[in-house]
Design a binder for this molecule. Structure first.
Ligand code: PGA
Length: 272
């Protein structure tokens, strides 16, 4: 019988090898596509991504298209997410959509705290925190967005802003709750601008986020949480971004609006 003894440093290496975080590619369609267009796009994606099981694939259409898209996706390998939610389940909150309603429409995921919501709709870490609570309470997987804008990056505040977003948006959750979340690092200057963060720039922040999660909940949780990169992701840069050790997927805007470009990103993820 061979006795296997591990030095502390070896144990660390082995743990690194066995960490498996499944890549997740999510399309954030923003305010685009009516019901007919949305169903056409997912039918196209179903054909292009048939049989893909090594990568989680998610689309996030506008609220009005969710239930029809859910019907079209039934029994497929493509998941469905909302782009936002309100933290109350029901009541006098004109114009809002709640976690139970997203579940009812067929969602498994919900994007929370996207920079466009922080910028145009007054989203704060506090509202993001309330929304994450509601999502988890109803079994929705939150995709929580964090990231600095151009002025913040240029004035050297990237890490301070990301730390503020992570620590305060994810405040008060247990280790088990945190493990279920997906964090999306989206530098605002890279969103919709064609200016992707370099893989090294993104990795630097992703690794920083993982360290913050470790400080909050320990290594096992930090190792389990998937951290997506978002900001001008396209088929051509997917592989290189995902080859970074702490980049576990992508949140895709513009390039998720067409079947060939989104499927190209999924292929890039499979190839990495
Ligand atoms: P983009 O958007 O891919 O068009 O840059 C990403 C996002 O806002 O999630």
């Amino acid at each position: 019988m061979i006795a296997l003894r591990l030095h502390k440093s070896d144990a660390h290496l082995i743990r690194k090898v066995v960490i498996v975080r499944k890549i997740i590619i999510a399309g954030n369609w923003k305010l685009n596509k009516n019901i007919k267009e949305a169903v056409e796009l997912v039918n196209d994606l179903k054909a292009r991504c048939a049989g893909v099981t090594d990568v989680d694939i998610v689309v996030c259409p506008v609220f009005t298209a969710l239930s029809k898209v859910a019907e079209a996706l039934k029994g497929t390998n493509i998941g469905l997410g909302g782009q936002d939610l309100y933290w109350q389940d029901a009541g006098a909150f004109t114009g809002e959509v709640s976690a139970p309603l997203l579940k009812d429409a067929g969602c498994q995921y919900v994007i929370i705290g996207h920079s466009e919501r922080r910028q145009f709709f007054g989203e704060t870490n506090e509202t993001v925190n309330n929304k994450i609570k509601a999502a988890l309470a109803h079994g929705l997987i939150p995709i929580v967005c964090v990231g600095e804008n151009l002025a913040e990056r240029e004035s050297g505040k990237t890490f301070a802003v990301v730390q503020d977003h992570v620590e305060n948006s994810l405040k008060g959750f247990s280790a088990q709750e945190t493990e279920k979340m997906i964090v999306a690092y989206e530098p605002v200057w890279a969103i919709g601008t064609g200016k992707t963060a370099t893989p090294a720039q993104a990795q630097e922040v992703h690794s920083f986020i993982r360290k913050l999660l470790e400080k909050m909940h320990g290594q096992a949780v930090a190792n389990a949480v998937r951290i997506q990169y978002g900001g001008s992701v396209k088929a051509e840069n997917t592989r290189e971004l995902l080859s970074q050790p702490d980049i576990d997927g992508a949140l895709v805007g513009g390039a998720s609006l067409k079947g060939d470009s989104f499927a190209g990103i999924v292929q890039g993820a499979l190839a990495q």
